[in-house]
Design a protein around this ligand. Structure first.
Ligand SMILES: [Zn+2]
Length: 349
């Protein structure tokens, strides 16, 4: 059971649906929500003592204050700001399965590479791609350790969404019995109150949600609903789709602000096709890059509803880096070479 503040009613609702926690239809599903099976890894995840993020302002230690959810002023030098773009899951434990039987990891890797290229060509030359290998559970602690070892200033984890098994329907695709759910779609953005820099994480999350919305995209609203049971989340920004996901390892433990983007649903048959398209990948990349520029140049996220979608609203009024550095080769960081210190998890040899 997750250490989340579910209501008694919700506990009762989910009491008879414990099987949801393992999402048995697709084995990879279980680790789409990694903390479900990784409480031990959460406790054991290494916490390097040094390497403070380069945030302009730090939140107070007390994470219970309601004011923690207000955006903070944040500025950075984009030429030195190191963004870690984390590819969700691994080739061995590849996350959710799409309606057409393509593992989530493939979607994550393709989109993350595109985002890295977009950030580098957009004036963030220090951006790094983080690819982790190995089984799901031990990979989570190593993933965080690798991000810390890279001395990242910000972690953005890229995922694609699915649904709990109870929403799955059967169909046949390419001659194979398959599963889909067209009921839900959309992106969503997650932050953890347990991150050491929750305020800064939330500031970027809101900017990212606003830019996704500006691309004409809708966020996934189901996570705010009681029928999601185990998977219900606190909606922190109902305008642009930012949720709290407090016990997620990749958001809790990095020594830097961290945000997880579910770029869209790959169990929805229509949205899966869109997620595979260059056009949609470019929309997401543009949203991330625009949000990061606003973030770095100190823009405050606005929470008022935007009735008119705008494309790259920052383009005309944001200062641009003096030079557009040429895109570099993407840096892949297998975790075997980046374990910064001993932990209770034995790294693979
Ligand atoms: Zn995932």
């Amino acid at each position: 059971m997750p250490p989340l503040s579910l209501s008694r009613r919700n506990r009762a609702v989910i009491a008879g649906a414990v099987a949801l926690a393992v999402w048995p239809v697709n084995a990879g599903h279980a680790f789409h929500w990694p903390w479900q099976k990784d409480k031990a890894a959460a406790k054991a995840a290494p916490k390097p003592a040094s390497q403070k993020p380069a945030a302009a302002e730090k939140p107070p230690a007390d994470k219970k204050l309601a004011s923690d959810e207000k955006p903070v002023a944040f500025k950075c030098d984009p030429t030195t700001f190191r963004i870690i773009v984390d590819v969700g899951h691994t080739a061995e434990s590849d996350g959710a399965m799409s309606a057409r039987n393509v593992p989530e990891f493939q979607f994550n890797l393709r989109l993350a590479k595109r985002i890295v290229d977009g950030l580098k060509s957009g004036g963030f030359p220090e951006t790094k791609l983080l690819v982790t290998t190995g089984k799901a559970r031990p990979s989570l602690g190593r993933r965080v350790a690798a991000a810390d070892a890279l001395k990242g200033n910000f972690l953005l984890s890229i995922h694609h969404d699915s649904v709990p098994d109870k929403f799955m329907e059967n169909w046949e695709y390419d001659g194979k019995a398959s599963h889909f759910s067209d009921r839900f779609s959309g992106y969503s953005v997650f932050v953890s109150h347990s991150n050491e820099d929750f305020k800064t994480s939330l500031t970027f999350a809101k900017l990212l949600g606003r830019q996704m919305k500006a691309q004409g995209l809708q966020y996934a609203t189901q996570y705010a609903q009681a029928f999601m049971g185990h998977y219900q989340r606190e909606l922190l920004d109902k305008d642009v789709g930012v949720y709290a996901y407090d016990r997620l390892i990749v958001l809790m433990h990095p020594q830097m602000p961290a945000v997880l983007l579910e770029a869209g649903s790959i169990i929805n048959r229509d949205e899966e096709v869109k997620m595979a398209s260059v056009e949609r990948q470019d929309m997401t990349t543009k949203a991330v890059t625009s949000a990061m520029k606003q973030f770095c140049f100190g823009a405050q996220p606005q929470v008022q509803p935007q009735t008119v979608a705008k494309s790259q609203p920052e383009a005309s009024n944001q200062p641009q880096p003096a030079a557009q550095p040429a895109p570099r080769e993407i840096t892949s960081v297998p975790e075997q070479n980046s374990e910064p210190q001993a932990s209770s998890q034995s790294p693979p040899k």
